[in-house]
Design a protein around this ligand. Structure first.
Ligand code: G
Ligand code: G
Ligand code: NA
Ligand code: MN
Length: 255
């Protein structure tokens, strides 16, 4: 309840309680930065730091998610335009919640925002979770198809934690899967995780899906992923999520 009230206030106020941070992802062939995941942060003056998985869930229940995602879209697209001005060509990946991909008005605003900034939809990746697409999700899938036709790219986040299969993904307009960090964090030492990741990579190759591994925390895991043909890595070993100023410094110091 306190969170709902404070979130409403944060959305309405000009106090910059909400912000975006960006976590680099690297292409495991070139070892260069290829994308940034945009992640929201909320430093509440009343509640202190509130983790996103906490307030996103509450925002969905309280009917505030459209406002939160609108804020994220504006900020992220404005930052994407700034990256392009600076000459960077990496894509930016934005998270959408279950309700967002049912929301035609929100999605058409996304198209308008990009167009206003003169950006192409393929500059943006949209991350959704498996659970967004199971059961009665025909509107979500219709929206996905529509946006894909306009040039947007979708990634399935937290892959392996829900109940979809790769075979089912074959029928969805999804280009990328992100292997959940629970399978990656101990990859270098855990044989079960190694088997799971190896299997996912083999099947993804059959279905022509790009694979991102998230939660890469050490060089040993990064090396395994590179050797096994995983396309992209994201994790603390490469960088933590960074605010814009720190990200620019990181980019300048990264070959
Ligand atoms: O950044 P962090 O690892 O704390 O994120 C925790 C969770 O919050 C992740 O599942 C992530 O997808 C979600 N999350 C972070 N930023 C956003 C956002 O802008 N929109 C939505 N819908 N989820 C987000
Ligand atoms: O959207 P998603 O659920 O994938 O959110 C990614 C979350 O994972 C973010 O909250 C981010 O801060 C977190 N994260 C990113 N890299 C690492 C990592 O190497 N280790 C751990 N433990 N968490 C990570
Ligand atoms: Na994500
Ligand atoms: Mn994830």
């Amino acid at each position: 309840l306190a969170i709902t009230t404070e979130l409403k206030r944060a959305l309405a106020s000009q106090q910059n309680e909400l912000s975006m941070v960006y976590q680099p992802k690297i292409d495991l062939v070139t070892m260069k930065v290829c994308s940034m995941e945009a992640l929201i942060r909320w430093n509440s003056s009343a509640l202190g730091f509130v983790p996103p998985d906490e307030f996103i869930t509450i925002a969905e229940q309280a009917g505030l998610i459209e406002q939160v995602t609108s804020w994220v879209m504006k900020q992220t697209i404005s930052d994407l335009a700034y990256f392009r001005e600076k000459g960077y060509d990496f894509t930016v990946a934005m998270n959408l919640s279950t309700q967002d991909i049912q929301n035609k008005v929100l999605l058409s605003n996304l198209v308008s925002l990009l167009t206003e900034k003169g950006l192409s939809p393929d500059a943006l990746e949209l991350e959704i979770t498996e659970s967004d697409l199971v059961a009665d999700a025909s509107l979500a899938i219709e929206n996905l198809n529509e946006l894909t036709a306009r040039g947007f790219h979708f990634a399935i986040d937290d892959f392996g934690t829900g109940y979809s299969s790769l075979a089912y993904l074959k029928n969805l307009p999804v280009k990328t899967i992100k292997i959940d960090k629970s399978f990656i964090l101990s990859l270098a030492s855990d044989e079960n995780d190694q088997q799971i990741v190896h299997t996912v990579l083999s099947l993804a190759a059959v279905f022509n899906l790009k694979v991102v591994a998230e939660g890469v925390e050490d060089l040993a895991s990064l090396t395994i992923l590179k050797d096994w043909g995983c396309d992209v890595a994201q994790g603390y070993y490469i960088s933590r999520p960074l605010k814009l100023a720190d990200l620019e410094e990181w980019l300048q110091n990264t070959p």
